[in-house]
Design a protein around this ligand. Structure first.
Ligand code: PLP
Length: 431
């Protein structure tokens, strides 16, 4: 057994560097998606923007485009450095926690997949005459009646269910969300209030997905959002990279051979961080260094990559519980599709102890006045250890980045949080 696997088995925090990463050019050439697919997804979101604005007026400021702010968090950088991070350059928070409609990174991929499916159905049936038709028609009574004949189902630990459930129910679908035991009660309550059906399971995420998929497959009118294999989800997430390019310009951030970009993203099944990473590599090439973060009891992606077994191994196979407070990351087996791509593109991974999540949550709140959910807080282990750990230092040296680190930009991806109810926020802040 490798030294890494031994540490993972013991639920120790690790900094894992991917030994199989290729150059961006070589890696991307082996992936069946390309920049054109991301552009196609971005264009679809533009087509739907008038509809989104009509259905969700809170998106009117951005004309129905669901996008999140990129905020520099200098005070948090100082906090991490006071704790020994040795971080140079600038630190930013990508606030997908504040994405409208469903308050997490799932508002990218999840909503995108529902829209794509709806567009397919609407065009096939003649409800829309083509891509240049008026998409706000899809908010009409006639369209709702049409969509109500169809079901959309998904298995989820919480946030994916919220994005799929909220969007599907809003369009009129019969939305059914299969929730694992990790799912927080408030997420189930909110979904039911929005008109989705929530089915609860005693098992983990994998079990909820199997049930959801089985029920959906048995019903020809039902569509299953398959988080473990979905290319639509993946491409919806990837659009983030195209949009962050413009936000970097606004913030005076350069990414080039002299100005490296480090991105840290919490990982569950891998779809969201995988899609974002794919996009980042397409847009920024070798100058983007992407790292995933997972809980020490549930590091499914790094276990899959380190063993080479990808989705043929789960964290329980190496004796871990798979249990974590980070509900968004409580996935024991990685996506087969995404692990195959990440082997080629990902720089590495950090695992984080659950005990660190709440302290990060409170430090971000105290120093920046920004609230994000515990799963999202996992991301801070990235900048905390990138430049101070032995493995991180070696990565920087091996990639000849030492002299460039003063010019580096670090982006921590805040994957969720704005919909957490006030009483739960207070409880977590006062714990
Ligand atoms: C879903 C989620 C992630 C990870 O996304 P995956 O696609 O499952 O890897 C990270 N953080 C939060 C808050 C999430 O909801």
């Amino acid at each position: 057994m490798s030294a890494y696997l031994e540490k993972l088995k013991n639920a120790e925090e690790v900094v894992w560097i991917n030994p199989e990463k290729l150059t961006a050019e070589e890696g991307l050439a082996r992936i069946e998606f390309s920049e054109a697919d991301i552009d196609d997804a971005a264009a679809r979101l533009v087509r739907f923007a008038p509809l989104i604005e009509k259905m969700f007026p809170e998106t009117s400021e951005t004309g129905g485009i669901i996008e999140s702010p990129l905020t520099e968090i200098e005070a948090m950088k100082d906090v991490l450095n006071a704790e020994g991070a040795e971080l140079e350059g600038r630190l930013f928070l990508k606030r997908d926690s504040d994405l409208k409609v469903s308050g997490s990174v799932k508002a990218r991929g999840g909503i995108y997949e529902v829209l794509k499916h709806s567009e397919d159905l609407a065009i096939e049936s003649g409800l829309l005459t083509g891509y240049d038709d008026d998409y706000t028609k899809l908010a009409s009574d006639e369209a709702r009646e049409f969509f109500s004949r169809y079901k959309i189902q998904v298995g989820s630990t919480g946030n994916l269910g919220m994005s799929i459930g909220i969007m599907s129910a809003a369009l009129g679908y019969n939305a059914i969300v299969h929730m694992s035991m990790d799912a927080k009660q408030w997420k189930k309550d909110l979904l039911r209030q929005r008109g989705a059906t929530v089915i609860e399971y005693d098992g983990d995420y994998g079990a909820a997905v199997v049930q959801g998929r089985t029920e959906s497959d048995a019903d020809p009118m039902s569509y299953f959002v398959d988080d473990e294999n979905s290319s639509a989800l993946f491409l919806g997430y990837a659009v983030a990279a195209k949009r962050i390019e413009a936000q970097f310009k606004e913030q005076g951030v350069t990414v080039d051979d002299e100005h490296p970009l480090f991105v840290y993203i919490p990982c569950g099944v891998g779809g969201a961080p995988g899609g974002v990473t794919f996009g980042m590599k397409v847009v920024f090439g070798d100058n983007a260094h992407c790292f995933f973060v997972e809980p020490t009891q549930c590091p499914c992606m790094v276990v899959g990559l380190e063993t080479g077994k990808m989705s043929d191994i789960c964290v329980q196979d190496i004796g871990l519980t798979g249990l974590t407070e980070a509900d968004g990351l409580a996935v024991g087996r990685p996506s087969g599709l995404v692990s195959r791509f990440m082997k080629l593109l990902l720089s590495g991974e950090f695992t984080v102890d659950d005990e660190k999540l709440n302290p990060y949550l409170r430090k971000l709140w105290k120093n920046e006045g920004i609230y994000i959910e515990p799963s999202a807080c996992a991301t801070f282990i990235g900048p905390a250890r990138m430049c101070s750990s032995t493995e991180g230092k070696k990565y920087i040296a091996d990639n000849e980045l030492e002299a460039k680190m003063a010019n580096a930009t670090h982006v921590v991806w805040a994957t969720g949080g704005s919909m957490v109810p006030q009483e739960i926020r207070e409880k977590l802040l006062n714990e």
